[in-house]
Ligand binder design. Structure first.
Ligand code: HEC
Length: 122
């Protein structure tokens, strides 16, 4: 009887501590979901599907298409220092071989893709 009691007690304690951990993890993810703006997420997705082929994963424009079209490097100081509004205008209306996206992306999507580009400049 004593042995059995001990056996029940230990798993019970373990399962309690697992529960606590799961709660903490859930709280952590909830906090992260609030802290990471959903906008940045969709910016990354749109960047990957629409911009990456020319501008590259790193934003340096070193892909074959980027090199062929002379895509700008986002780390270029001129672009780093360029205000969001100027970059938004170029993404909207295009510039030389840079295609225009005003009809493919909403204003919010363009904003979030620029926010994503800003993360590549660091
Ligand atoms: C077909 C290739 C191509 C694609 C796709 C492309 N770009 Fe570009 N991008 C260019 C080229 C080329 C330039 C350089 C334009 C210039 O200055 O002549 C450029 C320049 C830029 C600049 C810098 C503008 C400046 O001079 O300040 C930004 C910002 C930019 N692109 C954002 C984007 C975004 C965001 C997307 C996706 C929605 C995108 N590009 C998709 C080719 C591309």
């Amino acid at each position: 009887m004593r042995d059995r009691e001990t056996k029940i007690e230990i798993p019970a304690q373990r399962s309690f501590s697992v529960k606590m951990t799961r709660n903490n993890v859930a709280v952590f993810f909830l906090a992260a979901a609030i802290a990471i703006p959903a906008l940045a997420q969709s910016g990354a997705d749109n960047y990957k599907s629409k911009c990456l082929m020319c501008h590259g994963v790193d934003g340096l424009g070193a892909t074959p298409a980027g090199k062929a079209m002379k895509a700008a490097s986002f780390k270029d100081p001129a672009i780093v220092n360029s205000p969001d509004a100027a970059l938004i205008a170029i993404v909207k209306s295009g510039k030389n071989k840079m295609p225009e996206y005003g009809d493919k992306l909403s204003a919010d999507q363009i904003k979030s893709v620029i926010a994503y580009i800003r993360t590549l400049q660091k």
